[in-house]
Design a protein around this ligand. Structure first.
Ligand code: NDP
Length: 334
């Protein structure tokens, strides 16, 4: 990170630096590991760590002049940690660099199997896929036949929420920001219907058209006007899983929400969650999803950028909607 970011994040807020004089050695007895990074995950929450915050958070922001951190998949080269051995694959928090010395291994996990693409641990089997699982099953209490609406539906989290909802026997509609993404939702991911929110005069009217009887579950990825439109169309006792509000992440002054009173009049349950609090459920997630993957019942679309020099553009693309599916960066061959 070159400097703290205000407003919309740009490529020039980051720089790629070559440093030939770094000795990467794992200190003896340190429980650290030296890894070669293979895949980096681009995630919207990273924008929040690029600004100087006025209030304390549970997670440290990036410091200007320091390496950006994020989820990735790596190969262990040296280890002083009893749980990780040289040549094993790991996924979790690493640096946005070709090689990383990781001393805080709290968020580093062994890749449990290698009969699926390794890159899945940035998406389908990594943090975003797990977020879809927790946000849908644990927060929404879904039931067969319910009406489900998903925003940012073709992305890393949304594409999977839609497929989970279909597996459950729900009626599923998604929204996305291009006709290509809308087509993918309907043809590749099996959504019942989808619309391009950029082409609608009124989001509220679009939801009324798609859900004449109203929405039981709204999986919220976007916030702002989309949340207002969903609130206006919720059914009695509906649930809103507040997963993310990407439309707000680059704003210096946040947008207001006008129809919050609907939470009362429609007896809604709206719950925010942070996936970091739920990692104890990860084995349960794997147990649920692996049979579906093995039977070919889950599709997962990745958008791959190549090389660390293209990582900044890939990251900011999330906020412009240029990613089609899970955005990741390929750094090296497995
Ligand atoms: P995506 O792969 O969906 O990428 C982001 C997408 O958001 C873009 O492709 C774009 O799609 C859409 N978008 C960007 N800006 C706007 C905007 N102003 N208005 C409407 N849509 C916009 O990201 P993820 O699936 O990784 O993340 C989805 C959400 O889940 C994010 O809000 C993220 O912060 C949240 N999240 C929350 C977690 C938690 O613990 N609570 C954990 C992980 C993710 P389009 O072309 O459709 O506009």
């Amino acid at each position: 990170l070159k400097k703290y970011v205000t407003g919309f994040v740009e490529e020039t807020d980051m720089e790629v630096v070559t440093n030939d004089n770094v000795r990467l050695e794992v200190p003896l007895g340190s429980k650290g590991v030296l890894v070669k990074n293979l895949y980096l995950s681009c995630d919207p929450y990273m924008r929040g760590l690029m600004s100087k915050l006025n209030e304390p958070t549970y997670i440290e922001t990036f410091e200007p002049g320091s390496v950006i951190r994020g989820f990735g998949v790596s190969r262990v080269l040296e280890s002083e940690h009893p749980d990780f051995k040289a040549w094993e694959y790991v996924w979790g928090i690493t640096g946005w660099e070709e090689y990383s010395l990781i001393t805080d291994t709290q968020r580093l996990f062994k890749v449990p199997f290698t009969d699926v693409p390794l890159s899945y641990f940035t998406g389908l089997l990594g943090m975003p896929g797990f977020t879809a699982y927790v946000g849908f099953y644990e927060i929404c209490s879904p039931k067969k036949g319910e009406y489900v609406f998903i925003s940012a539906a073709s992305g890393a989290v949304g594409q999977l929420v839609g497929q989970f909802a279909k597996l459950m026997g729900c009626y599923v509609v998604g929204t996305a920001g291009s006709d290509e993404k809308v087509e993918l939702l309907k043809t590749k991911f099996g959504f019942d219907d989808a619309f391009n929110y950029k082409k609608e005069k009124s989001l509220g009217a679009a939801l009324k058209r798609c859900f004449p009887e109203g929405i039981d579950i709204y999986f919220e990825n976007v916030g702002g006007a989309m949340l207002d439109a969903a609130l206006l169309n919720m059914r009695d006792n509906g649930r809103i899983s507040a997963c993310g509000m990407i439309s707000q992440y680059n704003l210096e002054k946040l947008e207001g929400v006008h129809y919050l009173v609907r939470v009362i009049t429609k007896r809604l349950l709206m719950k925010g969650f942070n996936i970091a609090d739920h990692f104890h459920l990860y084995p349960k997630f794997l147990e649920m999803i692996m049979p579906h993957i093995m039977k070919g019942e889950i599709t997962y679309l990745e958008d791959r950028a190549e090389g660390i020099e293209n990582a900044p553009a890939a990251l900011i693309g999330l906020f412009k909607g240029t990613n089609v599916g899970k955005q990741l960066v390929v750094l090296a061959d497995e």
